[in-house]
Design a protein around this ligand. Structure first.
Ligand SMILES: Cc1cc2nc3c(=O)[nH]c(=O)nc-3n(C[C@H](O)[C@H](O)[C@H](O)COP(=O)(O)OP(=O)(O)OC[C@H]3O[C@@H](n4cnc5c(N)ncnc54)[C@H](O)[C@@H]3O)c2cc1C
Length: 485
């Protein structure tokens, strides 16, 4: 009997663990180690952040779902990986620390035959002084953060109803952030809610982000077939912002967030300040800080992880200039090069480089979006890696046979621009490939036949239906395997 251990029960880890168990049946063990008792459909946190959903709407308890599936769930956080075992035994293992209230703080060693690291991001608020809900800005990255953001939004709305003006700043809180798409959804949802509340005229709403141009989204922007024309995401984003009276600052590294005020540096080296009553700023992401040790107990964290804390996989990490970047740099199998029974999926794998063109301010401050790993690629990669591992466990293959490079993969994305059964809208778009290939698709780097979009009420309905579909699928309800990632 082989044991697959999955670290993390988010989009990619949960997908990997549930499919692996489905395919392996009772002959082999699947163990999931994750610190939270609940699963969260993170994309709908945006709607929690504007009071259109409750935290309960976007989560469910993991333990009963895993029990039904025959997956062993340990509510704990992984602390270190020992891919060579230890002196007494060569069996690889992970050290975990329980967060389960009944065993809180207890340490355990969990042996594995195969390991999937799906630990996602650490929300690195500490990278910018004063950033984050514990200090001077808000976040929607967890459902708890989003609920807190909504509390502040409701207070701001009440003040505006009494005639007070309020200033909203939405965007990224550091020069190296990713996940601009989430902030994009949030600024539009805020604007939509303020209009519905009849207080839009009392609000100044401004975007601040590290993108070199509006519509970069960390994927070097897009050229999208939109209403029969090929339009750049810059033109589209600027027109959507202008239509709604939203102002923007781009190419910004937020240096510090104080109470009601932040300071930033721009690519041209100039510095500025913005005052605010309400600021939702996405933090930069890093790996969750797992350590790795060899069998002698020597620290090999640098061998297994990149300096940003994400795990090395079969990517080409050779430093190269933007002009030399190739689709082939991106990993295909998500297998660690030194320890072939160890994989990293979703946000936990180390990308070879950004997707957007790197930039530094004239003072040398890097201001470049980090590459996003959104839900659909994270789910697909999790399932693909599970497939490879299952075949190796079953003796059908001696190496991973299934690949899912982001340079060969398309993604669909539906960005909410306001929730409402009849007045909601969303931008629905597909992009192929996620990582542009300028050799294959000269000019835009992407296939114009498969990179298209539209905005409207239908997009909102699809986004809303997807919420229920993914919640259904993640709870392994009837037909769950048929719902795509
Ligand atoms: C507000 C917001 C809105 C978004 N909206 C969209 C959207 O509309 N569409 C889209 O495609 N994508 C969206 N995304 C991105 C999407 O949420 C991510 O792509 C996806 O969650 C990544 O999956 P993951 O499994 O890599 O990480 P996660 O889903 O973050 O999962 C990581 C898991 O690892 C666990 N973990 C952490 N530390 C440890 C540890 N030490 N040991 C064990 N487990 C650990 C965590 O508790 C969690 O269960 C959004 C993101 C945000 C923040």
């Amino acid at each position: 009997m082989a044991r697959l251990v999955v670290l993390g029960a988010g989009v990619s880890g949960h997908t990997a663990a549930t499919f692996a168990k489905h395919w392996l049946g009772d002959s082999h063990e699947v163990v999931v180690i994750s610190p939270n008792s609940k699963w969260n459909w993170i994309p709908s946190n945006i709607w929690v952040g504007v009071g259109q959903m409750t935290p309960e709407d976007v989560v469910f308890e993991l333990a009963p779902v895993y029990q039904k599936a025959g997956i062993d769930f340990k509510q704990a956080k992984a602390v270190s990986i020992h891919p060579e075992g230890k002196k007494e035994s060569e069996k690889p293992y992970v050290t975990i620390e329980y967060t389960d209230p009944s065993k809180k703080g207890e340490i355990e060693e969990v042996e594995y035959d195969y390991l999937i690291n799906a630990t996602g991001p650490k929300l690195n608020f500490a990278a910018t002084p004063g950033l984050g809900p514990e200090h001077n800005s808000l976040s929607v990255c967890t459902y708890q953060h989003a609920a807190e953001a909504n509390d502040h939004l409701q207070i701001a709305i009440e003040k505006m109803k009494k005639g007070e003006k309020q200033k909203f700043l939405i965007g990224t809180g550091h020069g190296m952030c990713t996940c601009q798409g989430a902030a994009f959804e949030y600024i539009f949802n805020i604007e939509h809610e303020l209009r519905k509340a009849g207080v839009r005229d009392k609000a100044e709403i401004k975007w601040i982000s590290n993108e070199q141009f509006l519509g970069d989204f960390g994927v070097a922007g897009l050229h999208i077939k939109w209403g029969g024309h090929i339009v750049s995401s810059k033109v589209l984003a600027e027109s959507l912002f202008a239509e709604r009276g939203l102002d923007w600052i781009t190419g910004a590294h937020v240096k510090e967030v104080q109470k009601g005020k932040l300071s930033y540096e721009l690519l041209d080296g100039t510095e500025g300040e913005e005052e605010f009553d309400f600021a939702m700023l996405i933090p930069p992401f890093s790996g969750v800080g797992l350590k790795a040790y060899d069998k002698e107990g020597n620290d090999i964290t640098d061998k297994v992880f990149m300096p940003n804390g994400f795990m090395k996989v079969d990517a080409d990490y050779t430093p190269k200039s933007f002009e030399e970047w190739k689709g082939d740099d991106w990993p295909k199998y998500y297998q660690n090069p030194d320890y072939p029974n160890m994989f990293a999926v979703g946000i936990a794998f180390a990308p070879p480089h950004p997707i957007s063109k790197p930039a530094k301010s004239v003072n040398g401050t890097p201001i470049t979006p980090a590459p996003p790993r959104t839900g659909m690629p994270s789910g697909i990669i999790g399932k693909t890696v599970a497939h490879s591992i299952v075949e190796m466990i079953q003796g059908k293959a001696d190496k991973p046979m299934h690949h899912a490079s982001m340079a060969e993969m398309g993604a669909a994305c539906i960005a909410s621009t306001g929730k409402g059964l009849f007045d909601g809208t969303a931008v629905a778009l597909t992009v192929y490939p996620v990582v542009p290939d300028y050799d294959k698709y000269p000019g835009t780097g992407r296939d114009p036949d498969y990179t298209f979009g539209e905005i409207g009420l239908a997009g909102h309905w699809i986004k809303h239906i997807l919420h229920y579909m993914f919640m259904w699928k993640a709870q392994l309800k009837p037909g769950w395997t048929l719902i795509p990632e």
